[in-house]
Design a protein around this ligand. Sequence first.
Ligand code: AMP
Length: 398
Amino acid sequence: MNILVINCGSSSLKYQLIDSKTEAVLAKGLCERIGIDGSLLTHQPAGKDKVKIETPMPNHTVAVKLVIEALTNTVHGVISSLDEIGAVGHRVVHGGEQFATSVIINETVMKAIEECNDLAPLHNPANLIGINSCKEIMPNVPMVAVFDTAFHQTMPEKAYLYGLPYEYYEKYKVRRYGFHGTSHDYVSDRAAQILGKKRTDLKIIVCHLGNGASVSAVDHGKCVDTSMGLTPLEGLIMGTRSGDIDPAICDFICQKEHLSPAEMNNILNKKSGVFGMSGVSSDFRDIEAAADEGNKLAQAALDAFYYRVAKYIGAYTAAMNGIDIIAFTAGVGENNQVGRKEICAYLGYLGTELDVDRNNVRGEERIISKEGSKVTLMAIPTNEELAIARQTLALVQS
Ligand code: AMP
């Protein structure tokens, strides 16, 4: 069965068509600037040339139509008709406390996703638009929602409650949810498989280090803590997000700079992180290049980023009373050997021994610790789309 995986943003739509039998990506692409002038569809069929189609996309339904046209096109298509799409898997950012697993989408599920809009106002409404557009064009194709938050729903109360008046949890469900769950689930599972062990026998820390970054503690197969919170702003220092700060800083800066809470929120999400610290870029490659050329702020941003990751690893080792595997994933985690080395330099007390030669790897699954290291260090490329396709298949076949 071919499964279409959709990741819908407010003005974008990413897709992959995956053959569930071989798990091959038949085609993938991106619609950009939906609802804005200059809409663009970039379509990459496997084994053929990339196609760029510039055409108006006033809304997501038009974008989905164009994606289907691209997939079924006689020249750059990969299937002959819509009938060859057996199911659609949708990435949904926030499932609140209602969804601890992926689900088949029906009216009740749609309503429940909508109820989580408050918790992810930038993401969930866009995800729903994507679902509605697909339903309009493929009314008879089963659809599945895969939530970024679901994997973290196993966290115990002590990990998800904030030190706030309990009424905010009761009234507004203010608590830690965590994000990147599909990636943490996939990578922790792969880590165990690569070692030929069961995830349920292991204590694993996954470091998802991309533009957005988070760490999770996966104890015997279940997530027991994670660094992102009510929103994806908490935790690590990220590309443009601050991660953990003293909450009193917000009021302090608002008063000094005459900012509204919304403006402050925007600064914390879009102008902070290694971008705000370095003033160079949110891209780690640019920051590294600047640091290599002697830019002290760039070096300071990188140092703070690595240090924060190492602190979380220490905290989660304590939370699980031990650690068997530390797995690095996402853009920086998969590709940046310097970053992994800098982080691992803090971890000698755990008995970790990074192998410099093995660590010289990019975008490939590999054990990067020395033989005999007390903790196994790994680089594992994440594959959220494949994870979504697998979960979609499991649900539509059940
Ligand atoms: P992601 O959000 O997972 O796509 O990750 C994006 C981040 O990964 C960007 O900051 C990139 O600079 C970083 N990244 C990707 N490839 C490399 C690389 N080869 N070396 C260092 N950073 C990289």
